[in-house]
Design a binder for this molecule. Sequence first.
Ligand SMILES: Nc1ncnc2c1ncn2[C@@H]1O[C@H](COP(=O)(O)OP(=O)(O)OP(=O)(O)O)[C@@H](O)[C@H]1O
Ligand SMILES: CC(=O)N[C@H]1[C@@H]2OC[C@@H](O2)[C@@H](O)[C@@H]1O[C@H](C)C(=O)O
Length: 371
Amino acid sequence: MRVIGLMSGTSVDGIDAALVDISGSTEDLQATLIAGATYPYPADLRDRILAVCGGAPLSLAELAELDDAIATQFAQAALKIQANQAPAVLIGSHGQTVFHRPPNAQLGYSLQIGRGEVIAYQTKIATVSNFRAADIAIGGQGAPLVPPIDAALLRHPIEHRCVQNIGGIGNVTYLPPLKADLPIRGWDTGAGNMLIDLAVQRFSEQTYDRDGAWAARGTPNLELVDRWLQQDFFQQPPPKSTGREHFGAAYLDACLADASGLTQADILATLTEFTAASIAQSYQRFLPQLPDRVLVCGGGSRNTYLKQRLQFLLPDSIICTTDDLGLNADFKEAIAFAVLAYWRYHEIPGNLPEVTGAPKSVLLGEIHHVV
Ligand SMILES: Nc1ncnc2c1ncn2[C@@H]1O[C@H](COP(=O)(O)OP(=O)(O)OP(=O)(O)O)[C@@H](O)[C@H]1O
Ligand SMILES: CC(=O)N[C@H]1[C@@H]2OC[C@@H](O2)[C@@H](O)[C@@H]1O[C@H](C)C(=O)O
């Protein structure tokens, strides 16, 4: 079955679209990427999204307008990725997260906008959207949702593996060997590229630290990294999830205040070390054993310096990318939302309770048929 997966993550850099050929169900799942492309948001739309994510007030009328501006961009991305291809029968659209509050004393709340009804109408393709809501309604985190897809596609007979996404936020899937009697685990590890990107934007006209070259010229301040890692989020055992609400501009301000007196290169090296150490330390704390192999994906998989620091902190693990195993590191999340839509269509539950903390597996997403 041909399915289009659409995803825009916490970096808000644009829409990843993946046209995927999917068969099987869970353990025998096959997902082959036919085409993948990223369609950047128009600059003014990106600015509006980032303002909302940063807590700027928005009237309901403005929210409605933003919702449909995003839905239109997503619909166009779907139409472009399947131009000159055999048509897809289904779209799985994650939408754009603009607010994420993990459950605490109350239920969580997570808002992804770019409504699926509009995408279905504009593309004439049935669309599944709003994937996080059902898990959250029964008490789960609603995130991360990708671990069951990682499990279906990347589990190994004898290796302990971690699949580490490094997007704006980092998140891990731990995959015990197939025959081991151990649960799959997964959680958000903290900031991925988010603080590095924000700092680069403060210091320059650039938007990110390409290949980590700027950070590589500095020296990390390990005392600061250790101090930041004492914070509650890193102590808290999984299930856990986070977002720009926690690791956004105000968080960077606090880091910069701590780091006053350091050079810009040293600050970037320290923020990069913080990301690498938050990942490594969470494995040491929360996994039954350290992974034999870490499969990195997301934009951070292109940051050579970050990967070197991760290798330094996890000397006994092989650090590589999902590309090395034939699963595209840039489009893995978009592929995952194509699979989640396919599972919803075939009425296969999508969440892993041991990851999200939900009390049971449920169908994820709402199907919007073509009318
Ligand atoms: N060559 C590169 N060198 C360093 N960093 C890079 C490179 N290419 C991409 N990145 C980083 O990857 C980020 C985008 O990553 P990605 O698209 O995986 O994030 P996202 O999907 O929006 O986030 P999330 O997974 O949290 O939802 C960029 O903002 C940048 O920081
Ligand atoms: C609320 C939200 O959009 N969360 C994202 C974010 O980006 C990375 C991390 O935080 C992860 O938990 C999640 O996305 C991926 C796709 C997931 O659900 O697995």
